[in-house]
Design a protein around this ligand. Structure first.
Ligand SMILES: NC(=O)c1ccc[n+]([C@@H]2O[C@H](COP(=O)([O-])OP(=O)(O)OC[C@H]3O[C@@H](n4cnc5c(N)ncnc54)[C@H](OP(=O)(O)O)[C@@H]3O)[C@@H](O)[C@H]2O)c1
Length: 333
């Protein structure tokens, strides 16, 4: 229990009600962002729930299913309090993006087994296979809803047009895309389309995969097998250039007695009023203390002047967010 309230919001017109900030579980046991400790990871999940975080995000691709499996005991203990979101479409590394109906059905069954649940609360298409009409993919996802295996549908890294086409087949509760002070391409088309349809935005990598916290001064600080080392923003030169952009964030954090992570998250929470739609960021951390710190960022209301100070940051970011930008919606707009 805390003496403050995170607050709740509904995802989409008829979607689930969740805490205003969610939790990204991807790196808690996979080693993607550094070494992990099982007891610490389990304590972090419990701490998240204790501060009012109820949306927990995973995918079948994370750790080749190990991330979903890791969440199973937590879900068993708290099934009615937690909204579990998982994804299909990127788990088969040999095939790449997989959106065909048979694979989606098999992926849903495999996720249900690994998570140890009888339904997935929010099921996302992780990436769009441009060779499969999105209406067909969503029709298959809608069958899973009708079969009682899935409650609500979501899409990750889709364009505004793809979202509209999908929504015509079945309501979409949430779009999950990268969105942060460093990654703002979805603001031109995707966010306005989501607002128009009543779909929520779930920003992933809301802390710029750690850069926006100030804790990654350069890629030298990352383990040799950290996945960020393969990303352009963390490549030599770009890493330190991006770290140097944090001055306005530092100034606001210092003036507010807050941390950089809290201000970066407060900026995303402010986008709710800028775009007129629910925004539920899903920061990831292996630390119980940081999960509390991050949740408290949702309580900070930035002024218009502070938002204006932070506005130019994204324009100067060095390096694309992925080595292959075909994995983003920005490449298809
Ligand atoms: N749909 C997609 O394609 C997609 C892609 C990527 C991610 N995601 C989802 O989005 C979630 C979050 O994104 P992300 O994990 O990539 O990046 P993120 O949340 O932007 O950043 C996570 C990194 O920030 C650090 N961090 C977190 N809070 C901190 C704090 N208060 N102070 C200092 N450092 C802090 C973490 O390290 P510590 O563990 O040391 O705290 C971790 O290295 C993922 O877990 C996953 O569920 C989805």
């Amino acid at each position: 229990m805390t003496d403050w309230e995170l607050g709740k919001v509904r995802l989409g017109a008829d979607g689930p009600v969740v805490g205003r900030q969610g939790f990204g579980a991807m790196a808690i046991n996979t080693g993607y962002y550094g070494p992990t400790d099982e007891a610490a990871a389990r304590a972090t999940l419990e701490q998240a729930l204790a501060v009012g975080i109820t949306l927990f995000d995973t995918a079948d691709a994370y750790g080749d299913g190990a991330n979903e499996q890791f969440l199973a005991p937590f879900l068993a203990a708290h099934r009615d309090e937690v909204v579990i979101a998982t994804k299909f479409g990127l788990a088969d590394r040999a095939r790449g993006i997989v959106n065909d109906p048979a694979s989606i059905r098999a992926a849903a069954d495999a996720s249900l087994r690994r998570l140890g649940v009888d339904h997935i609360d929010l099921y996302y298409m992780h990436r769009r296979d441009v060779n499969v009409p999105i209406e067909e993919t969503v029709a298959t996802m809608a069958e899973l809803v009708q079969a009682g295996k899935v409650r609500y549908l979501g899409l990750s890294e889709v364009t505004a047009d793809e979202l509209r086409l999908a929504y015509a087949v079945h309501p979409i509760a949430a779009v999950q895309s990268e969105w942060s002070l460093f990654s703002r391409d979805i603001e031109t088309q995707v966010a306005p389309a989501a607002a128009e349809l009543g779909t929520a935005l779930v920003p992933y990598s809301p802390l710029g995969r750690g850069v926006l916290t100030g804790a990654v001064p350069s890629a030298d600080h990352l383990e040799s097998d950290d996945v960020r080392r393969s990303m352009p923003r963390f490549s030599e030169g770009n890493d330190t250039a991006n770290h140097d952009l944090l001055a306005p964030l530092r100034a606001i954090a210092a003036a507010r007695g807050a941390t950089l992570a809290q201000i970066a998250l407060a900026w995303l929470h402010a986008q709710e009023r800028v775009f007129g739609l629910p925004v539920v960021p899903i920061p990831g951390t292996r630390s119980s203390a940081r999960v509390v710190e991050n949740a408290r960022g949702a309580l900070i209301t930035l002024t218009d002047e502070e938002l204006a100070q932070l506005d130019p940051l994204a324009d100067s970011v060095a390096g694309n967010r992925y080595a292959d930008m075909r994995f983003t919606s920005a490449g298809r707009e």
